[in-house]
Design a protein around this ligand. Sequence first.
Ligand SMILES: Cc1cc2nc3c(=O)[nH]c(=O)nc-3n(C[C@H](O)[C@H](O)[C@H](O)COP(=O)(O)OP(=O)(O)OC[C@H]3O[C@@H](n4cnc5c(N)ncnc54)[C@H](O)[C@@H]3O)c2cc1C
Length: 392
Amino acid sequence: MKIFEALANTPDRRDIRDAIRSICDRFDDSYWAEKDRTHTFPFEFATAIAEGGWLGIAMPEEYGGAGLGVTEASIMMQEIGRSAGVFAACSAIHINIFGLHSIVRHGTERQKQDWLPDIISGKSRACFGVTEPDAGLDTSKIKTRAVRDGDHYVVRGQKIWTSTAQQADKVVLLARTTPVEDCAKPTDGLSLFYADLDLSTVEIREIPKMGRHAVNSNQVFYDGLVIPASCRIGEEGKGFRYILDSLNPERILNAAEAIGIGRRALEKAVAYAGERVVFGRKIGQNQSIQHPLAENWSELYAADLMTLHAAELYDAGEPCGAQANAAKYLAADAGFKACDRAIRTHGGMGYAAEYHVERYFREMMAIQLAPVSREMILCHIAERELGLPKSY
Ligand SMILES: Cc1cc2nc3c(=O)[nH]c(=O)nc-3n(C[C@H](O)[C@H](O)[C@H](O)COP(=O)(O)OP(=O)(O)OC[C@H]3O[C@@H](n4cnc5c(N)ncnc54)[C@H](O)[C@@H]3O)c2cc1C
């Protein structure tokens, strides 16, 4: 099958792809199926990526990173998405890649020296605590409170969907420090922290879910977590703005992951279509099998080009909100359709765990829902690019 790789469009970028591919190839479908079946975190894979020095791909060199851009990080995440680990593999390390961007941009020198090297080496694991049950996509409505008491804050509240909380020793936590009624805007008064996940005041409960079982998502209850004021990132009350800073690279990386997963599903479907014989001929000889796969290829390629465009704009310091959102939208849809079609191409065997495409499908679904939904992306583009009234 002819592959497209818009992102890996220079020799240096192809070197990154090849190096990541050789690590990923050590962890095959049976490794990931077992992790999924037993709900076990893929430590071996995460360690292999860390030992290769890849967690710091987009982190500043002075703290041990490679200082490369979101384009290079996207190549890496697309390749990990294309591996047998699909979204679970991406999620096991995703936060290390750009999740601490707010510290890079707004942290003090001391904070960067204290925190970034451990994340880059893989010694420390962080999770991301933003979503709350009663706020949903309207982040300004979060209720978790961080109340200042001398030189520290005390946190009480509940987060939901915090992924990898069971392995993390740190949390990037968004909490309200000023009651919303005392703020000029609802998005004011939120502060961002990088805190120890102290299990004496934090309770973690896994959420049973559809897929990506190798990487847990959790309800997290904060009941008096003490955070030193020195662990607040940037100014008090500006946490929402700091989160917004990293939204575009986050969208671009999600897009790259979705394209990778879609490519893997497509490759499996093409292989099966080329070997399965029914009615005396290969099923891939039938146009009704071929055309949807050709459609998947076209859509994934287009999404890859959009992702490359968004990534290069971001790395050049240009505005890229619309492109990053459109890339995420197109890639998540293209990846989802490719996973769906991979199951159909396999017929009944697509539903069997043995062929793995049902696992890819279950994992791919999450990228359409999170961290931002299709609907909210379209709302954003309608408002910002088309000039239509804000609808939310
Ligand atoms: C596998 C997985 C991992 C996750 N990991 C993390 C994590 O590590 N940390 C974290 O903080 N969060 C995490 N999340 C949470 C994720 O970011 C949220 O689920 C997502 O932001 C959507 O929020 P919600 O589920 O509350 O949906 P809701 O806000 O309840 O929305 C429900 C539906 O209504 C639609 N909708 C709502 N309002 C509007 C509107 N005005 N116009 C049009 N449509 C609208 C939405 O698009 C969506 O389809 C994870 C989620 C999943 C599924």
